[in-house]
Design a protein around this ligand. Sequence first.
Ligand code: DC
Length: 256
Amino acid sequence: MSDFGGRTYNSEKLTQDRSPRPQSQTNPKSRPATVSVIAIDGPVASGKTAVGLHLARELGYRVVDTGMMYRAITWLALNRGLDLDDEDALVALAESAIIELDQPGVGGNPTLKINGIDVTSQLRAPEVDRNVSLVSRVPGVRRAMVRRQRGLAAEGRLIMLGRDIGTVVLPDAPLKVYLDASAPVRAARRHKELAEAGINRPEAEILAELEARDKMDRERHSSPLKPADGAITIDTDALSLEDVIERVHEAAVAAP
Ligand code: DC
């Protein structure tokens, strides 16, 4: 486990520098929030990661992107050549894997090591993308991840991103947010993001993949994607990233 700027955490153990931190290093307009945990759920490309990272920077919170954990288990299963229909093997892998999530400084991009290997740059590989819904629908895999996620949340002052954070992982979170947007808008955003990273893929192809993953995430038996009871749902179709961050920030300041 590595340590950046006194802020180190992994899936089993979380330690943190307790000295006071500025509420914001980047946004002088930030107001303080005392809410312990912010749960943000939503479908593929709904903006969870961008909103979570910006907000974490404004509030001086950590971010736990639980999608990275499911992606890492998928990467490891593919790397070991496991049969992804072999649920027992996937559960054994999820229970035994050592996952370390680190975040450099306040609001830096999170990194992930699995069994000591830094796989951050491989988590969004097309093969992982295509198979992660298969792995994450297995109830035993989810149980193993949820246990780790609750352990991480216990320390507080964090934003947890996923599909089932408000419904299953942290149903008592003081602030639950569900980000939504129509599939074409999400596909267009993802297309632009990829183009900016030098990857040009037809938007229609991105839309088709996104709809297929949505379907699996929403229709799976175990922890399907849906807004949690008491969640604030934000339809982001007509909103800018700044607008969404502002709304969640307001809700965080107002939350108990
Ligand atoms: O947020 P993401 O696209 O990185 O998530 C990858 C996959 O992991 C997504 O298809 C569904 C799954 N996932 C999940 O089932 N539960 C979570 N809490 C987070 C992600």
